[in-house]
Write a protein that binds this ligand. Structure first.
Ligand code: HXC
Length: 258
């Protein structure tokens, strides 16, 4: 499959999706996000892939939804032909682990799709923000909700109401990103993390991801109950037998994704 707006490569059991509209700072238009959704659908059913990295360029992860494409909408056209539901939201529905490797601008929809990923590794140059208010709108694919859950109400309000950007250090302090690395080390670090994840049992990694995400919509008691049942269910897998036997025999486990 030849893509025009993204670059899809593989490194072992890891797939790397690079957003590739450099002239528009990777602004997320329908063509690009349609390709992301198509690529994710193919990767989800590809047993050889255990983890995905979503990244952009050194200058921009993505500077937001494509303002030029979006600007002529009225309420009914954007409601009826919701350009974001099928494509952008394919990232939040992706069931395997997916890491955002962010350098440069991650603004508006760019910050929102980074937050749809399971965690964010940021280069020192990363800048995050929800500047939609400067355009007379507000975040529309989770920015108010995911940002608030990640960084708390005060900082989410500050960012969404002023439209200011925060740098990588502030984002890490606030809990939005899991680690900051030098720009030159960004892809190596993301690949290292993704390869570690891809070497685990695939169903176990997927169920772990599902359990953490499910907790956002549950009480603590419900979440702990859900976790316990799934933990118990993993004892039906060959990978649990292999993982524990390997520890006892002082060797590396060889998971079969079964
Ligand atoms: C369309 C964009 C764009 C965007 C940048 N470009 N961001 N095009 N949509 N979101 C284009 C510019 O028009 C320009 O093209 C080229 O990319 C380079 O941008 P410059 O502004 O010249 O670069 P620079 O001066 O370095 O400033 C970088 C920037 C600025 C600070 C990131 O581009 C900026 O503020 N962009 C908009 C950020 C934003 O508001 N994002 C939220 C979008 S709304 P030309 O052809 O002129 O050279 C949103 C809603 C989400 O995301 C809700 C639903 C998904």
């Amino acid at each position: 499959m030849a893509y025009q707006n993204i670059d899809l490569t593989r490194d072992g059991h890891v797939a790397i999706i690079r957003l590739d509209r450099p002239k528009a700072l990777n602004a997320l238009n329908s063509a690009m996000m349609g390709e992301v959704a198509q690529a994710l659908a193919a990767l989800e059913s590809d047993d050889a892939i255990g983890c995905v990295i979503l990244t952009g360029s050194d200058k921009a992860f993505a500077a937001g939804a494509d303002i030029k494409e979006m600007s002529d909408n009225d309420y009914l056209s954007i409601y009826k032909n919701d350009p974001f539901e099928a494509n952008h939201c394919a990232i939040e529905r992706f069931r395997k682990p997916i890491i955002a490797a962010v350098a440069g601008y991650a603004l508006g929809g760019g910050c929102e799709i980074a937050m749809m990923c399971d965690f964010i590794i940021a280069a020192e140059t990363a800048k995050f923000g929800q500047p939609e208010i400067n355009l007379g709108v507000m975040p529309g694919i989770g920015g108010t909700q995911r940002l608030m859950r990640a960084v708390g109400k005060a900082k989410a309000m500050d960012l969404c109401l002023t439209g200011r950007m925060m740098d990588a250090e502030e984002a890490e302090r606030a809990g939005l990103v899991s680690r900051i690395v030098k720009l030159d080390d960004l892809m190596e670090t993301a690949l290292d993390a993704a390869s570690k994840i891809a070497a685990q049992s695939q169903p176990v990694a997927m169920i772990t991801k599902e359990t953490i995400n499910a907790g956002f919509n549950m009480t603590l008691e419900q979440g702990i109950h859900f976790e316990r049942r799934l933990f118990q269910s993993l004892f039906s897998t060959q990978d649990q037998k292999e993982g524990m036997a390997a520890f006892i025999e002082k060797r590396k486990p060889h998971f079969k994704n079964k």
